[in-house]
Design a protein around this ligand. Structure first.
Ligand code: ADP
Ligand code: ZN
Length: 210
């Protein structure tokens, strides 16, 4: 199964992708995580991406398209995958189509802007492995410490309030049109994000199996 998870920043794409990834036993590919990794290891691509990311803007299409092309060529993607955070613009979606990759379904996680700002401001991520937590809704067992690897939890620079507003603006302007793009292809399924992660997961599973 080849899936795309669409939705605003902080709509819960990453969390849901992780669940469905385990459920279907296919990898999740998060362009955001790949870029943050590249940044951490100081590669040229990471350095190029940093200024865009910190400001809440999208990284240029040619960079992320290159990342995805390379990643999808790896053997673990042959049986399917979940794309979390790609495509985010029409040209990115067109590039995916041109690569000849047939997407089965596009799950749009629908969450109101007010809820997004609240969620994202409380988000904390593991410095070491990238796992995501929330100070109120998804607490780690020990404050400030990653359950999975013991790493330190930090706030992403782009999760600070001003940057979140900019990311939402960019989402509505550049990413939301993808709903129409995939609706035309008959692949779009909209899922209303619930307060409980497990409730949303149940809806996503139903959408995939429908
Ligand atoms: P979120 O879904 O919470 O916004 P991500 O980790 O998916 O977070 O993305 C963080 C940032 O990484 C984005 O704001 C953007 O700068 C960059 N990025 C990730 N994916 C893409 C993409 N497909 N196109 C352009 N920029 C991207
Ligand atoms: Zn961790």
């Amino acid at each position: 199964m080849r899936l795309i998870f669409l939705g605003a920043p902080g709509a819960g794409k990453g969390t849901q992708a992780e669940k469905i990834s385990e459920y279907l036993n296919i990898p999740t590919i998060s362009t955001g995580n790949i870029i943050r990794e590249a940044l951490k290891s100081g590669t040229e691509m990471g350095l190029k991406a940093k200024s865009y990311m910190d400001a809440g803007n999208l990284v240029p299409d040619e960079i992320v398209i290159g990342i995805i092309q390379e990643r999808l060529a790896k053997p673990d993607c042959q049986e399917g995958f979940i794309l979390d955070g790609f495509p985010r613009t029409i040209p990115q979606a067109e590039a995916l189509d041109r690569m000849g990759i047939i997407i089965d379904r596009v799950i749009d996680l629908d969450v109101a802007d007010e809820v997004i700002t609240q969620r994202v401001s409380g988000r904390r991520v593991c410095e070491a492995c990238g796992n995501s937590y929330h100070i109120a809704y998804k607490k780690p067992n020990v404050d400030g410490v990653c359950d999975a690897c013991g790493g330190t939890l930090v706030q992403r620079k782009d999760d600070q309030p001003d940057t979140v507003l900019e990311r939402l603006r960019v989402y509505h302007e550049q990413t939301e049109p993808l709903k129409g793009y995939y609706e035309k292809q008959g692949k779009l399924i909209s899922v209303k994000g619930q307060n409980e992660v497990a409730e949303t997961t149940a809806l996503v599973k139903a959408a995939i199996e429908a």
